[in-house]
Design a protein around this ligand. Structure first.
Ligand code: GLV
Ligand code: MN
Ligand code: MN
Length: 420
């Protein structure tokens, strides 16, 4: 085992996180969406850190920054570490960025130690985990895992710019998309450090946790079509008010979410666009987002069916159209038991209890699970607050996570040597 100083590792990672968090579309808050100029600046910073850490750097066709460390026997097999550098709107500083920074610091620590590994280590900084700009998500990790859906490339943002066009502007060459893929037989596994985004570890006084599964999720774009009209002249009884109908649907989604509490069901409408959106016009159309998750797949499917039924009832009673177009549907991804064990041993090697817990949030591991074995380390999150600028993980806990990641790589190296 190489010697590790978690305090120093944490201080270094924390300084990098603060530098990355300064890269934003807005001066007073952190917003960094996929394929934007601020994504480019963040990607360039990450690439510079990778280079300084001795990694061979490239950017693939979906804008994932990839840094490769070869300190071994020239094998083609690769252990992938990573997370994402896109954020939500008015984000915290740790969601995604923590995993990218932890992976770079871990890779640098391994290189500096002179350790010889039986595989290459590739650090991936994915660009589309949040799915905020486009109605897609996990594009970068899906390309690495070889399960990118080409239809997703034609999806458009609020300004009608397609993913395909945004990639071209960003400087990516989609012709090379196939080269982003890692072959399944060449993948050793995928490890990700991530802030917990929930309250469990803090409540139990534990700095780190080991994830057992990542909850599945369904996302949809819902379009409510009514009829625009003059707010002063169309009598109440003759209106097809799309916003009033959409509002009923929002309450139905909330009610269905509450009803599924026993299976950790959560259902959210996070965004609504009203058209034409004027004080004196009866709303003619509304587009709203839908996000439904649960700790297992059947309750999520049942909730989607209940939401569709509620939408049909509201549409027929109110004389509007309601269309629900699913844009993302991923089943629950279990973490690989052997990797969960390696990560648990890595956490225990630091003298910490390896608390196992489920992830309610989505992660790139969901796409990577279709390629290879996956596992995640969670870092304690103050107040359980995430997707919020108040999100916080301490440098001390972050240092422990980097140390656990290094220990996990050592553990997997041991297994890989036995496998040969
Ligand atoms: C990503 O943070 C998600 O779970 O929505
Ligand atoms: Mn995340
Ligand atoms: Mn997030």
């Amino acid at each position: 085992m190489i010697p590790l100083d978690p305090v120093a590792l944490g201080a270094r990672a924390d300084a990098m996180l603060m530098e990355l968090a300064a890269i934003s579309a807005e001066p007073d808050r952190l917003t960094r969406l996929y394929l934007t100029p601020e994504h480019r600046r963040a990607a360039d910073l990450v690439a510079a850190w990778m280079l300084a850490s001795g990694l061979a750097v490239r950017e693939d066709a979906l804008a994932t920054v990839r840094g490769r460390l070869e300190v071994g026997s020239g094998t083609a097999r690769t252990l992938i570490l990573g997370s994402h550098i896109d954020t939500v709107i008015d984000a915290g500083r740790y969601d995604g960025a923590l995993g990218v920074v932890a992976a770079i610091v871990a890779a640098d620590t391994l290189r500096r130690s002179g350790a010889v590994l039986p595989f290459a280590v590739e650090v991936c900084a994915f660009g589309d985990e949040e799915g905020v700009r486009f109605p897609t998500t996990l594009l970068g990790s899906s390309a690495v895992a070889g399960n990118l859906d080409p239809a997703d490339l034609d999806r458009t943002d609020a300004y009608d710019v397609s993913v395909r066009a945004a990639l071209a502007t960003y400087g990516c060459d989609l012709e090379a998309a196939a080269a982003a893929r890692i072959a399944a037989e060449d993948a050793v596994g995928y490890l990700e450090v991530h802030i917990e985004q929930g309250p469990v570890l803090e409540r139990e006084g534990m700095p780190l946790g080991v994830v057992t599964a990542i909850a599945g999720a369904t996302r949809a774009v819902v379009t409510v079509s009514g009829e625009a009209g003059h707010a002063g002249t169309v009598p109440m009884g003759l209106r097809s008010d799309a916003l009033a109908a959409a509002s009923e649907l929002v309450l139905a989604v909330e009610r269905i979410g509450h009803a599924g509490a026993a299976s950790d069901l959560v259902a959210t409408v996070g965004r609504m666009v009203v058209r034409p959106g004027a004080v004196n016009v009866v709303p003619g159309a509304v587009e709203l987002s839908l996000d439904v998750r649960a700790s297992s797949d059947a309750p999520r499917g049942d909730a989607m069916a209940a939401i569709r039924a509620a939408a049909a009832e509201i549409a027929s009673r109110r004389g509007v159209g309601i269309d629900i177009a699913v844009t993302h549907d991923r089943d629950t991804a279990p973490c690989t038991p052997a990797i969960v064990d390696v990560l648990s041993d890595a956490v225990a090697a630091l003298g910490l209890p390896p608390r196992r817990l489920m992830s309610g949030a989505g992660h790139d591991g969901q796409a990577m699970a279709m390629l290879t074995d996956i596992g995640m380390i969670f870092v304690r999150c103050r107040g359980g607050v995430s997707h919020n600028p108040a999100e916080y993980a301490s440098p001390e806990d972050i240092g422990l996570a980097v140390a656990a990641l290094v220990r996990a790589v050592e553990g997997l190296a041991e297994k890989e040597r036995e496998r040969r």
